[in-house]
Design a binder for this molecule. Structure first.
Ligand SMILES: Nc1ncnc2c1ncn2[C@@H]1O[C@H](COP(=O)(O)OP(=O)(O)OP(=O)(O)O)[C@@H](O)[C@H]1O
Ligand SMILES: [Mg+2]
Length: 477
């Protein structure tokens, strides 16, 4: 395996002090001692709960080739004998290495932010670009003050494309990160109520996302969602910042990357879109209007990054919904089967609406029911009661037959729904899992969605444990 970094390059980039018998270089970077392995440099980062220095010997035991530790913590490492680069501050060293990765790279760099759809778009873009060259992209949702520098530092010199997810909970978080990433193309997927607790209103959220513009390279391209209510505001901000190229994507007739036609099917979507003067037909291998939106941004970025559009369009057919983000399971139950849609990874008002809309579009057989299993949306601050209550509208529109709720905030929705739709409420996810195990029947479509912290993953697990999986997960029949 070729080296990601020579030790010499690392020492120079991080202004570090080599200690011990250093290897020639490393093939990977890790900040988690449990997954650090042979060839890796383990960076002993101090997080909210843990200090990586306490796990340095564990990283070495797992085979890590090199430690990056802080001068101040050196005495506490005692008699640990291992190759090390000693630095003043380990996170700052990782950032320095990230900057060095960016400086040496000839890749086209794309950065993605937005209230929802960052990871979905990043994975779609990874797929779209892969036929055109080596793609380096963030792992999972590595989008914060350690995830972004880590992803940068891991970027191989050979990468042709780099795709970075950048997230935030507060104002001023995106700016320093995007200034490290220096994208050629920046995408703001959408502005919606997420992490609303830390903001006064949607405009403040838009302003925080707009920080991504400040890291664009001088001749960079910005992709904005032209169907979003904050499009005008963001465009104006981009104008004020003298962003060289501003492009809209969406259904809006004025959008540069524009949806011409779409067919939303239960297990996929087929669309035609105008991308860079061409009319492109695309099959998106996972369902939902929200993924169609993301696909327009992805196709736009593909075009702007100079990648092969036809190959990208073809590649999107291979997309599938991921665990916790719409993955589907057809499970056997007495006399037939039911469909489980796992949306347990994340929830905010925008993604709740998207998931309910998708459930509403699912065909349901005669005896089957649409069942929405919903848990609290976290980080909504003083808006919590209202945004939970407001889910009643999309629930009705989705022709929901039964609503199963858990979590303190969902009481507001329970009260709003009253007796209009059969509603079951439990304090905790466990209670709902028990209820569902006996209430489900042949033909049902069950959609499970909540913020991760509410633990609705265990409802999905309980159903997967109890009911045997059938091979065909894509349809309702
Ligand atoms: N454009 C969109 N509009 C509404 N919902 C979306 C959109 N894109 C994805 N979703 C849904 O939102 C949820 C979160 O998606 P995703 O993980 O891509 O978001 P994210 O922005 O990366 O979130 P996080 O801030 O947790 O990293 C999923 O349920 C997904 O199906
Ligand atoms: Mg994410």
């Amino acid at each position: 395996m070729s080296l990601l970094w020579t030790t010499q390059e690392m020492v120079a980039a991080m202004d570090g002090r080599p200690l011990g018998d250093l290897p020639e270089g490393v093939t990977g970077i890790s900040i988690d001692s449990r997954t650090a392995g042979p060839g890796d440099a383990f960076f002993a980062i101090k997080g909210d709960k843990f200090d990586g220095h306490d796990f340095a010997s564990g990283a070495i035991a797992n085979g890590a080739s090199l430690l990056v530790v802080s001068e101040a913590k050196l005495p506490a490492l005692g008699r640990l004998i291992a190759p090390m680069i000693v630095v003043k501050d380990v996170l700052a060293a990782l950032e320095d290495l990230g900057r060095a990765a960016r400086a040496r790279s000839e890749a086209r760099i794309i950065a993605i932010t937005g209230s929802v759809g960052k990871t979905s778009s990043k994975e779609m873009l990874r797929r779209a670009l892969e036929p055109s060259g080596e793609v380096h992209a963030s792992a999972a949702s590595f989008n914060n003050h350690w995830g972004v520098p880590l992803t940068l530092a891991r970027m191989p010199e050979s990468a042709a494309f780099g795709v970075f997810e950048i997230g935030m909970n507060h104002a001023d978080e995106i700016r320093p990160l995007v200034k490290m990433v220096k994208p050629h193309v920046a995408i703001i997927t959408t502005i919606a109520a997420a992490h609303l607790g830390n903001f006064k209103n949607l405009t403040e959220i838009a302003a925080a996302k707009a920080e991504i513009m400040e890291g664009l390279v001088a001749d960079g391209h910005l992709l904005l969602n032209q169907d979003n209510e904050k499009f005008g505001w963001l465009k104006k901000r981009a104008g004020a910042l003298k962003i060289a190229h501003i492009h809209g994507f969406g259904e809006n007739a004025k959008a540069v990357y524009r949806l011409l036609n779409s067919k939303l099917l239960p297990d996929c979507s087929t669309i035609t879109a105008r991308i860079g003067g061409d009319e492109v037909a695309v099959k998106i291998g996972a369902p939902g209007r929200h993924l169609v939106q993301n696909a327009l941004a992805v196709l736009g970025a593909t075009h702007l990054a100079g990648a092969d559009l036809a190959k990208a369009a073809h590649a999107l057919a291979g997309l599938s919904a991921e665990k916790g983000r719409g993955a589907r399971h057809r499970l056997a139950i007495d006399g037939g089967s039911f469909l489980l849609i796992d949306e347990s990874y994340n929830a905010n008002p925008a993604s709740m609406r998207a998931a309910l809309e998708l459930m509403g579009d699912m065909p349901v057989r005669l005896r089957g029911r649409r069942i929405a299993v919903l848990g609290d949306m976290l980080e909504m601050g003083k808006f919590a009661e209202r945004v939970h209550r407001d889910l009643a509208g999309p629930i009705r529109t989705a022709k929901t037959d039964m609503v199963c709720l858990a979590g303190p905030e969902m009481k507001a929705l329970r009260d709003e729904l009253g007796t209009e739709i059969e509603t079951v409420y439990r304090d905790q996810a466990e209670g709902l899992a028990e209820h569902l195990k006996s209430a489900l029947r042949d033909g049902d479509v069950v959609m499970v969605k909540s913020s991760l912290g509410i633990g609705f993953g265990q409802i999905v697990k309980a159903l997967l444990d109890k009911f045997p999986a059938l091979p065909d997960s894509s349809t309702t029949e």
